[in-house]
Design a protein around this ligand. Structure first.
Ligand code: SAH
Ligand code: SF4
Length: 409
């Protein structure tokens, strides 16, 4: 049974005063941009800009404060002025759900950008033995239409900003206790090995490489050693295969790469992952081979959703091995997560195991991803925002499907 409860503002550390046109956000700016914003506002003289930017950076990303009044080594007057001009508040948490397996899912509401409406997105935390992974969204909806993906049935509403991408990590840290308490002496931080979020994956809603600039900004801030301090080796960006931006990811971001492969022949991949028509397998594999810094310790993850009688034969497994030859790779076999209205079914467990064995025998690690958080619809491809929340009848149909064929592994 899943737990679900609404969070009121009193529950959170933040004051829910989101950024507005008049009060632009400081979260999501690079150090240089932060210093420039302070100078441009006339609040901080140029000679102090670098020092102030470092001070703020520490408060925002090491201590995780969301209110200027907590920055006690900055004068009261300056704190008040900053508060009048800039926002560092967290966005609103609409709902927090905790699955029976410990997976958590949050529904966040972000204010409108320009003429648009507020948007809602989901972020998922998956605790595992020795690590905890936060699954972050990059867009509201997706322009791509992979035929087995629930998000793909939702139109793109808009890209998330760097602030909104980072906010998902920062609120999750608030809620999981990964930032130091407010009364912890200055300098005392939660050490990396004590944190609950050890890894992040850009595997939520959206195609991160169709929102390259904002994703890049957010990930460079998340991996900044004097701030949120997540190692780039513990950040994985998943793409359906936007080839030109794969090269840029390697050169400009340097995080780990995951490829939503799902098929080993162009004719089938054209149907499952339609971006394949633009960037076919040959180009995709070439970009993977060229990805910088690959080694046995730094492998590309290939995601492969197991669709019954579609892509799950032993011939497919053999072709997969041939395709990946020479690339340091691990293969993540994902049992298909059904959703109402889909025509696909998950492969039988036996078929998945045989497929995994064939890939394993060729020397590739091929873990089968255990479905997590299914009772709160937090599993891969099940994320969809509140704007299209499931009707009760659909939810019941989905639960029936899960019980019938693909109960918790
Ligand atoms: N858009 C990016 C990031 C999303 S990652 C991408 O496609 O890579 C989410 C992963 O879950 C992708 O590999 C996606 O193909 C997979 N997925 C989507 N729908 C799924 C479903 N219903 N069951 C299992 N996996 C699914
Ligand atoms: Fe978009 Fe990824 Fe879903 Fe394809 S699998 S529709 S790229 S979110």
């Amino acid at each position: 049974m899943a737990l679900s409860f609404d969070i009121t503002s009193a529950d959170t550390r933040n004051a829910l005063r989101p950024a507005t046109k008049e009060k632009p956000p400081l979260i999501g700016l690079s150090r240089t941009e932060l210093a420039e914003a302070l100078v441009a506002s006339g609040i901080v003289p140029e000679r102090q800009a670098k020092m102030r930017a470092s001070q703020l950076w520490h408060w925002l990303y090491v201590r995780g404060v969301s209110d200027f009044s907590e920055m006690f080594n900055i004068s009261k007057d300056l704190r008040a002025t900053l508060d009048r001009r800039f926002s560092i508040a967290r966005p609103e948490i609409v709902e927090e759900q905790i699955s029976s397996d410990g997976t958590r899912k949050w529904l966040f509401r972000f204010p409108p950008r320009g003429a648009g409406r507020p948007v809602e997105i989901e972020t998922v935390y998956i605790p595992e033995e020795g690590r905890g992974t936060l699954c972050i969204s990059s867009q509201v909806g997706c322009t791509l239409t992979c035929s087995f993906c629930h998000t793909g049935t939702q139109k793109l509403v808009r890209n998330l900003t760097a602030e909104e991408i980072l906010a998902q990590l920062m609120i999750a840290r608030d809620r999981l206790g990964d930032f130091p308490d407010r009364d912890t002496p200055a300098g005392a931080i939660v050490p990396a090995e004590g944190r609950r979020i050890t890894n992040i994956v850009m595997m939520g809603m959206g195609e991160p490489l169709y929102n390259f600039e904002e994703v890049k900004k957010a990930l460079l801030i998340a991996s900044d050693g004097d701030g949120l301090s997540l190692s780039k080796r513990r950040i994985t960006l998943s793409t359906s295969g936007v080839v030109p931006e794969i090269y840029r990811t390697g050169d400009e971001i340097g995080v780990m790469l995951a490829i939503s492969l799902h098929a080993v022949r162009d004719d089938l991949r054209d149907m499952l992952v339609p971006i394949n028509k633009k960037y076919p397998l040959k180009d995709l594999m070439e970009a993977c081979r060229a990805y910088p810094g690959l080694s046995n310790a730094r492998r590309i993850t290939f995601e492969y959703v197991m669709l019954k009688d579609v892509n799950d034969s032993l011939a497919d497994a053999r072709e997969l091995v041939r395709l990946l030859r020479g690339i340091p790779a691990k293969i993540n076999l994902i049992p298909f997560n059904p959703w109402p209205g889909t025509n696909y079914q998950c492969s039988d467990w036996e078929t998945i195991e045989k497929f995994a064995d064939a890939v394993n025998a060729a020397g590739y690690a091929s873990p089968i991803r255990t479905p997590r958080g299914r009772d709160i619809l937090a599993a891969c491809g099940q994320l969809k925002s509140e704007s299209e929340r499931m009707k009760k009848s659909d939810r019941l149909a989905l639960e029936a499907m899960m019980i019938a064929g693909h109960g918790e592994a």
